[in-house]
Ligand binder design. Structure first.
Ligand SMILES: [Zn+2]
Length: 299
């Protein structure tokens, strides 16, 4: 592991941070093979050696259980809808060129496509699996596969939106470079990833420690949902975008102040988990350690 360089900053000093939990569906994968490392220079988290699941195996995982994880309450549905509106607002405010094609890379059910259309963009969806809401299937352009297979023309999109994708891709540098190629000069990219240095992850880490799971790590989870094969903090995101010569307009944290009494079905297991973690959420807002990071970029 000393021979490889950090794919973001090219330095080669790493801190060993723990072992990933292994998915029981893949008995061929041995826990002992994999180590989670953090780059000492830029703070990028990754798995070493690189994970070698096939496209088929990834597809199988994503189509089976990724989107079935939780039953949403009405409050969560309303919150998600408000978040999408707010994000389109931020994009529009910062877009100095004409509204045009809008790519939602990893569009899932497709609600952002609808929001983009309402706001005067021409939406395109792309995802590795087909999970589009039936309402949108016929309506919007959709490509099933990777961004590299889609082969969009140069300077095709005014906006590229990517929520919860960059932590799943094999090579974030190549992915962002490809997105930059298809983005118009002056176009806006909005990228949302989990913050691996969030208060919640620190709590998870200490929970493992106190329950004597010393080797387990509370941060990236490459083999169990939500399949994060790498992780970021503000520093590594800045490093990544800087390397690819994108203008960083802002990187902000969010997602720390969820109201537990509204966000979960009352008295469910998740409700009590949320009750327990609520004070940590407040703490994370105060100390800028919220669970998500939103990067606003311009080409
Ligand atoms: Zn690095």
């Amino acid at each position: 592991m000393k021979n490889t360089n950090c794919i973001i900053c090219q330095k080669n000093e790493f801190k060993i941070v723990g072992k990933p939990r292994i998915n029981k569906r893949f008995p061929r994968i041995e826990e002992s093979n994999y180590t989670i490392l953090k780059c000492k220079n830029c703070g990028y988290y990754f798995v070493s050696p690189q994970i070698d699941l096939s496209q088929e195996e990834w597809k199988d995982l994503y189509e089976s259980d990724y989107f079935e994880a939780s039953q949403k309450t009405q409050w969560q549905i309303d919150l998600n809808s408000k978040e999408l509106k707010d994000r389109i607002g931020v994009i529009s405010e910062n877009l100095n060129i004409e509204k045009g094609n809008f790519l939602d890379m990893g569009c899932g059910e497709g609600f952002m496509l609808k929001e983009a259309e309402i706001n005067g963009f021409k939406p395109f969806g792309l995802d590795i699996a087909h999970n589009l809401n039936p309402e949108f299937s016929e309506k919007y352009d959709f490509f099933k596969g990777s961004i590299f297979d889609a082969k969009f023309p140069d300077n095709f999109f005014s906006v590229v939106y990517m929520d919860s994708v960059l932590e799943h891709v094999t090579n974030p540098v190549e992915t962002i470079a490809e997105l930059k190629r298809i983005l118009k000069p002056g176009g806006i990219m909005l990228v949302i990833v989990p913050n691996e240095d969030s208060t919640m992850n620190t709590v998870a880490k200490w929970t493992y420690f106190l329950t004597l799971n010393y080797s387990k790590y509370g941060k990236i989870k490459p083999f169990v949902t939500p399949y994060h094969i790498q992780g970021y903090n503000k520093k590594s995101l800045n490093s990544l975008f800087d390397r690819l010569d994108l203008e960083v307009i802002d990187i902000v944290g969010f997602g720390g102040n969820y109201k537990f009494w509204k966000s979960q079905t009352p008295f469910s297991k998740q409700y009590f988990v949320s009750l327990f973690t609520y004070p940590f959420g407040l703490w994370s807002v105060l100390f800028d350690k919220q669970i998500q990071l939103m990067s606003l970029l311009r080409k």
